[in-house]
Design a protein around this ligand. Sequence first.
Ligand code: SF4
Length: 430
Amino acid sequence: MTSVATAISLVTRAEAEAAAGTCSADLAKGPWEFDAAEALRGMPAYGPGASVADRAPASTPRQGQLPEEYKQASDDELHARITAAKEKLGDRVVVLGHFYQRDEVVEHADFVGDSFQLANAALTRPEAEAIVFCGVHFMAETADILSRRDQAVILPNLAAGCSMADMADIDSVEQAWAQLEELFGTEPDAEGRVPVIPVTYMNSSAALKGFCGEHGGIVCTSSNAATVLEWAFERGQRVLFFPDQHLGRNTAKAMGVPLEQMPMWSPRKPLGGNDAATLRDSRVILWHGFCSVHKRFTVAQIEKARTEYPGVRVIVHPECPMEVVDAADEHGSTDYIRKAIAAATEPTVFAIGTEVNLVNRLAAEYPQHTVFCLDPVICPCSTMYRIHPGYLAWVLEGLVDGEVRNRIEVPADVASTARVALERMLAARP
Ligand code: SF4
């Protein structure tokens, strides 16, 4: 199977097909073209791909210039340099590759998985001095929170953030919390339940995980969101769920919470754009955040797949909008999707609603099935795509030379409260 990067470069070379084949011809360029401060002027900071139109906050990290030798190196040369650096480093380094990474990076990973699986995988390598996280910023932060202080967590390209995580910043969440405390007070009801429990999705900054740790809240993943909401409802009258409205809505709806009891909190409006009565009656207050990769999936795409492949099994990620989840046969985390395909005993057609790099890899891994992405346009996660083999070679060769490049360090006070919220999640596991 052709990798996503190769497919993009082929499509963008064939000008007539370019518009339909990929969401941006700029994806064929090296990510360093978007990292240079000069190039960023007038260009979106998330770069080409699904998040291209998202508003990047001023605090979005910038990546300095990659040395010319890495930009000019051929794919084969980069592959050889990464392999050689890893061999020299041996057990001193562990490379983690997220499911959504490009194939040319994933092939060098010691572990491949979702963000939480990878952070836990790193714990199985206590001898590693460096953890190179080929994912996005919040994932590297989580790995840093869970690893030893003397282990360096490295993000090969600092511009690999997450537009969804950036939609809920700590200042906006603290402002929302102050307004909710003013409205509800802080006293528990007769059953001992506090007015609001904050719940943050794993896809959020360490500061938000720390906020939840400090305020009786908890972290969830897309695999355990229902278990975590049950935990929160036992302790609170309602939940403030951030940053992904869709995961919150899809999960709470499946648990029987009516839509009218799930108001949206828009961070720049008083009371999040709600009236006090609506908030008083709420069970889950949803932050106005979303993933631009999963927002691309539509009911029309599902209908088309059903027409073209009668009997197709449609599985989508719970970060997709509610109507897409409702129209699908199943929904679940990346791990759920992977296991569902692996468990199918008869040749099956699967239409999948998640990031295209993972879908293409599953298609190659399970040739007995037909596996395709619901979105016909190749539009990878903008920020995952910023991790190019050139950056991986650069950070690994830095380690060989004794230099730690692009270290991600969560301040100790934030890490300790964030760990509390993560530990609550682990304890809530059914
Ligand atoms: S796929 Fe969506 S949630 Fe995941 S890193 Fe990309 S923008 Fe963030």
